[in-house]
Ligand binder design. Sequence first.
Ligand SMILES: CC(C)(COP(=O)(O)OP(=O)(O)OC[C@H]1O[C@@H](n2cnc3c(N)ncnc32)[C@H](O)[C@@H]1OP(=O)(O)O)[C@@H](O)C(=O)NCCC(=O)NCCS
Length: 178
Amino acid sequence: MITTARVTDGWGRSLEHLTDNTCQLAIRRSVAEDAPRIVEVVDTVCAERLFMRTNRYVPTPAWERALRAPDEHLDHVILLAMISERIVGWCQVYPASDDTGDVGIGILKPYREHGIGTVLMTQAIAWAGAQGLARLTADCFVTNARSIHLFQKLGFAIVGRCRFAGDTQDSALLERRL
Ligand SMILES: CC(C)(COP(=O)(O)OP(=O)(O)OC[C@H]1O[C@@H](n2cnc3c(N)ncnc32)[C@H](O)[C@@H]1OP(=O)(O)O)[C@@H](O)C(=O)NCCC(=O)NCCS
C-alpha cells in the first residue's frame, strides 16, 4: 500500500513550516531495509519516557518479524509516515489472535499535531479491514489524552483500564470493531 498526498490536499494541517511547499507526506509499508531507521525513530519516541511503556525499542518476536522480514509476515504491518524520505512516524499492527490485531503508533515530536497520526492510523485501520480482521486493540497510558483522543476519533472505545507490570500508571485498553 502506498499513499501519497500533497500537503495542500488537506491530509496534514499546516505542514508547510516543517517542509517546503513542494514536500509531500507519504504513507507506505516498511521494507526490511528500513529496519535501522525505524528502530532509531522508535528509540527516540521511547526515550521521551512519557508515552511508551519502555524507554527504548524492545525486539519482541512480533517487532522483529515485521522489521526484518515483512515480506514473509504479511499479517504484520509497519506503516511509515515519510516526509522528504525521512521517517517521521510509524503505526504497527501485529496479530493478537486469529481475528484481532494490536495497534501502536508514534510520531517524532516536531511532527506531532499536524494530522499525520490521523492519516497513519486511518491507513492502518483500512489495512486491518482489508486483511479480514474483525477487531483492533490498543493500550495507552490514561494520561496520554492526545493519543486517547486520536483513538476515539477513529472509532476506538475504551473497554477497560489496567496497570501493566513495571508501570507506574494505568493504561486505557481500547478496542475497535472492523
Ligand atoms: C499520539 C500521536 C501518535 C498522535 O499523532 P499526531 O500526528 O500528533 O495526531 P494528529 O495531529 O493527527 O491528531 C491529534 C489530535 O489530538 C488532539 N489533541 C492534542 N492534544 C490533546 C490533548 N491534550 N487532549 C485531547 N486531544 C488532544 C488534537 O486536537 C487532534 O485532534 P483533532 O484532529 O480532532 O483536532 C502523536 O502525538 C505521538 O506520537 N505522541 C507520542 C507517542 C504516543 O503517545 N504514542 C501513542 C502511545 S499509545
